[in-house]
Design a protein around this ligand. Structure first.
Ligand code: PZK
Length: 274
């Protein structure tokens, strides 16, 4: 199969008219891919995405053709997808203050043009989720976009739909996760257009690689929050004095095992029961 894109932790292959999106077991922290894989991570994230696509199918159609009709070597960690014309916008919804949203708030009191109340802390919940689109940069970091920037790229009607659907996906996902003890602080979505012009949700959805997942029972605004999935790796890498510059350190077996178990728990906690 022809490799069409290779990301930090995933690959995209062409299979005739379809694409095969393959999630690896690679893990990235502080933007650096570590040399040690987390066995099962690719499967967990793929199965979680497939589950969310199903949960959200009433909100927005998606690019998934099949989670099972994929080459055997990637069984469980690949999705067969429709090839879309991808829109050049990272559609982000934020419900809590972290990362670039926190930085914008501290500098301006606003996020993507939305004025926020004073006195919010790192990790605070926002009064309402905010749509904070960014560019997709091939190199370097994505840049914030205004609604006008998005409209200039995709047209006003599509821009309005992107905002509405992104916020709706976030609200539904965050509400479901909250009912199971997990805070989804923010999430990044990607959309594309099908041949008939219809808007579809693409890529992965509401995974810990595309979103910030926090354990509700440990949430404490005023400090950086513990990431539900990668915290053992982050804490260990800090503890050994890694300076966050590549190459990343080899992860010892006990940290691999704890992180592997954590990914399985996140999947079970979100998807189990009704
Ligand atoms: C597409 N990416 C990002 C993902 C990578 C890169 N359905 C689609 N149609 C056309 N293009 C894409 C998709 C999807 N999803 C996604 N780039 C293009 C990406 C995974 C690995 F290397």
């Amino acid at each position: 199969m022809e490799l069409v894109h290779s990301g930090k932790v995933r690959e995209l292959y062409a299979d005739g008219d379809d694409l095969i999106l393959v999630a690896s077991d690679r893990v990235s922290i502080y933007d650096v891919v570590l040399p040690t894989p987390i066995p099962g991570k690719g499967k967990v994230l793929t199965q979680l995405s497939l589950w969310w696509f199903g949960q959200l199918s009433g909100v927005v159609p998606n690019h998934v053709i099949s989670g099972t009709d994929v080459p055997a070597q990637w069984a469980g960690r690949a999705m067969r997808c429709r090839r879309l014309k991808m829109l050049p916008v990272e559609c982000i919804a934020r419900g809590y203050l972290a990362g670039l949203g926190l930085q914008a708030y501290n500098e301006t009191g606003t996020i993507s043009g939305v004025a926020l109340p004073p006195g919010l802390l790192e990790g605070s919940q926002l009064p309402e989720p905010v749509f904070t689109p960014t560019t997709k940069e091939a190199e370097g970091h994505d840049e914030p976009m205004t609604r006008a920037d998005v409209a200039a790229l995709v047209g006003e009607p599509v821009a309005a739909e992107l905002e509405r659907i992104t916020l709706e996906v976030y609200r539904r996902g965050a509400a479901l996760a909250a009912s199971r003890g997990v805070i989804i602080a923010d999430t990044k979505l990607e959309f594309g257009l099908a041949d008939d012009g219809s808007l579809m949700l693409a890529d992965e959805v509401l995974t810990p690689d595309s979103s910030r997942f926090w354990l509700a029972s440990q949430w404490q605004p005023g400090h950086p929050q513990h990431s539900l999935d990668k915290q053992f790796v982050r804490d260990w890498s800090t503890g050994i004095g890694w300076d966050r510059r590549p190459p990343g350190p080899v992860i010892p077996p006990d940290i691999v095992a704890a992180t592997q178990a954590r990914y399985q728990e996140v999947y079970t906690q979100l998807t189990a029961g009704g």
